[in-house]
Design a protein around this ligand. Structure first.
Ligand SMILES: *Cc1c(COP(=O)(O)O)cnc(C)c1O
Length: 400
């Protein structure tokens, strides 16, 4: 029998705050009632500020982040369109696979898992593409499998410097509401997220923000789509309705989670993720272990992917943490299985929770055979959490 809390340190689904869970405990509602917009209209508006867009259109599809990918591609691109993508982790790999299944002509740049989006190679291909054959560039902002955050603004500059007209698509599933993301400043054409990451909700909402330029393409896009038709969605959303039954509970939960983000203030939410992630990274460094991210500039503030020592099976670490200490750590995905475990530090989290993650990981690592000094990671994180003042620079920046 398990007693006490089960700890969830995976990068999605993330912990749902108690008040958000309570907010979802409401009776069923008539989704065609005249006052249904009272629930929904503010959501579209407020999500815009989380994506940091004034000009974009926000849509909420019942589905997960993957559904939002499909909606985005099929409403804006045509089968045979050439698109530029990079594979540097499991999520960017799956996205590329979907683009291929949907008939796009995918030009892939493979880089090591642990690297960021290869901006220079993108730049080279954009410069060589003088006839503007590339219709879209896809960027995974935060590769959740490797704990790598890429520089979206740099991809925008690469497009601009080559006067290239391609659309800029961003998978922001594990960054929206947790990392700095600027749709309008970076002129992102399509950004997506899912409800179960930074928005601290159960899975079930695929959320998109679409630029005016991308929105206009839905009229000419020849990709087949039915359920995900943007024009049906926006038409009904204008009055707060949906073209089919929306998950009303999740919408109530979204209202509450947005209220929490605004109460903390988005900039502070982002700063909290930076502070907590830095504590976890200091813990990992104190163990003498390495992150998958190749360079400190790539460190993700929502998830850390940690390499176990060569002779230690990361699956064992995860198993021990789960079975004996009621704690879920994230697994190593695909080629990282057995070599990596992840600590998700995204969403509704605080210092004590991060210390718990480190403390349990120390026990599990030790029992799986790693040479870890008990308390070393915890102490390093404690020093950061206790000493930190707003003026203090994160480790990665200070070291450079
Ligand atoms: C979680 C995640 C997804 C997949 O989202 P689902 O909601 O599971 O469909 C896609 N991309 C990234 C970067 C993610 O972290």
């Amino acid at each position: 029998m398990r007693t006490g809390q089960t700890h969830l340190f995976i990068p999605g689904p993330t912990n749902v705050p108690e008040v958000v869970r309570q907010a979802m405990n409401v009776p069923m509602q008539d989704m065609r009632a005249p006052d249904f917009g009272d629930v929904t209209l503010s959501l579209f508006q407020d999500l815009k500020s989380v994506f940091r867009t004034k000009l974009g259109t926000v849509m909420i599809f019942p589905g997960s982040g993957t559904a939002a990918w499909e909606a985005g591609i099929t409403n804006t691109l045509n089968p045979g369109d050439k698109v530029l993508m990079a594979r540097h982790g499991q999520f960017s790999t799956l996205w590329a696979e979907m683009a291929e299944r949907l008939g796009l002509d995918v030009h892939l740049v493979d880089v090591p898992w642990g690297a960021g989006v290869p901006v220079r190679e993108f730049e080279r291909q954009l410069a060589a593409d003088t006839n503007d054959e590339i219709k879209a560039v896809f960027v995974t902002h935060n590769e959740t499998a490797t704990g790598v955050t890429s520089d979206v603004a740099a991809v925008r500059r690469a497009l601009d410097e080559n006067f290239h007209d391609a659309l800029l698509f961003v998978d922001a599933v594990s960054s929206i509401g947790s990392l700095d993301f600027r749709m309008d400043d970076w002129r992102v054409d399509l950004a997506i997220t899912g409800s179960q990451k930074g928005l601290m909700l159960p899975a079930g909402l695929g959320i998109l923000a679409v630029s005016e330029k991308a929105m206009a393409l839905t009229e000419t896009s020849t990709s087949r789509r039915a359920y995900f038709e943007f024009s049906d969605m926006v038409k009904l959303n204008a009055d707060g309705y949906f073209p089919y039954t929306p998950p009303t509970q999740l919408l109530h939960g979204l209202r509450k989670s947005l209220d929490r983000i605004f109460a903390e203030e988005l900039d502070n939410t982002i700063a909290r993720h930076t502070r907590l992630a830095e504590g976890v990274r200091r813990g990992v460094a104190a163990w003498g272990l390495e992150l998958v991210a190749e360079h400190p500039s790539l460190h993700s503030n929502t998830v850390s992917a940690i390499r176990t020592p060569q002779d230690v099976d990361a699956r064992e670490v995860i198993r021990i943490a789960y079975e004996d200490y009621n704690t879920s750590l994230g697994s190593g995905l695909a080629r990282l299985a057995g070599k990596v475990f992840r600590i998700g530090h995204i969403g509704d989290l605080n210092e004590g929770m991060c210390l718990t993650a480190l403390s349990v990981a120390e026990m599990a690592l030790h029992r799986a055979g790693a040479d870890i000094e008990f308390g070393s990671g915890v102490a390093a994180a404690q020093r950061w959490f206790a000493d930190e003042t707003p003026m203090q620079q994160p480790l990665a920046v200070a070291a450079e």
